[in-house]
Design a protein around this ligand. Structure first.
Ligand code: G3P
Ligand code: CA
Length: 249
């Protein structure tokens, strides 16, 4: 499977609806959403814990209200950083909330959601579960696999697993530091940094009954290696490239 890392972030400003729409159009299996939480407790799609890199504003997400964040431009930075991929329509894009993304795609997309620094945002796990439940993406009547929750933080995944054992969770980290026999109690798989990943680790994880979703792979040769080594999925900024490689394999 191909996971659109921060949306189709090789072509459009990461974590914007433009990047997510493009990922869907390109045929990604999942869109990845990193979560941060605003001062007033709203979950937004953003990788960093500050707005500095991906908007025209400054400051910590947790020090800003959603209203303040909504005033920022989340697309113009991309045009400056990648002039050969710049598009006028990216100027003025807004930071989306998780709720807005789920409203936008409904059940017509699969979501791969990362709790970022949940130990800093005490309400993050519960807010996430409440939001997913509201959209009927978890719990009674939901389809298994419609949502995957990923985190570097084991406690966050354990909290999700305890309340919703049918929701798939993925433990992120370095392959060489993962305790597979511990992880299998609360996760369906592992998400190793590809820099730390070897074919033997994938075999070992599979023996433990764990899936392997590697990140982040943007070059064709490594995509081919993932296919050959039997990885179950990988994150990429270039879904189109990945899908072509997998079709040819
Ligand atoms: O979530 C997998 C991968 O995205 C982890 O790295 O820093 O891009 O969130 P990061
Ligand atoms: Ca991520």
């Amino acid at each position: 499977m191909v996971i659109a890392h921060r949306g189709a972030s090789g072509y459009a400003p990461e974590h914007t609806l433009a990047a997510y729409d493009l990922a869907k159009k390109q045929g990604a299996d999942y869109i990845e959403i990193d979560l941060q939480m605003t001062k007033d407790g709203q979950l937004i799609a953003m990788h960093d814990d500050t707005v500095n890199r991906t908007t025209n504003g400054t400051g910590k997400v947790k020090a800003l209200t959603l209203k303040q964040i909504k005033q920022l431009d989340a697309g113009a930075w991309f045009n400056h950083a990648y002039p050969n991929r710049a598009k006028a329509k990216y100027i003025g894009l807004k930071v989306p909330t998780l709720d807005e993304i789920l409203n936008h795609f409904g059940h017509h997309m699969r979501y791969y959601i990362e709790t970022k620094k949940p130990y800093e945002y005490r309400e993050m796990n519960q807010q996430l579960l409440i939001t997913l439940k509201k959209h009927h993406l978890i719990g009674k009547g939901s389809k298994r696999g419609q949502v995957i929750i990923e985190s570097f933080d084991a406690d966050s995944l354990k909290t999700v697993h305890k309340q919703y054992p049918n929701v798939e969770t993925i433990q992120l980290g370095d392959a060489n530091k993962m305790n597979l026999s511990e992880i299998k109690h609360y996760a369906v798989g592992v998400g190793p940094n590809v820099e730390t990943l070897r074919a033997a680790f994938i075999k070992k994880a599979h023996k433990e009954g764990l899936l392997v979703h590697a990140w982040t792979i943007n070059d064709e040769q490594t995509m081919k290696d993932m296919e050959r080594w039997g990885a179950d999925a990988f994150f990429t900024n270039y879904d189109d490239k990945a899908l072509t490689v997998l079709k040819q394999a």
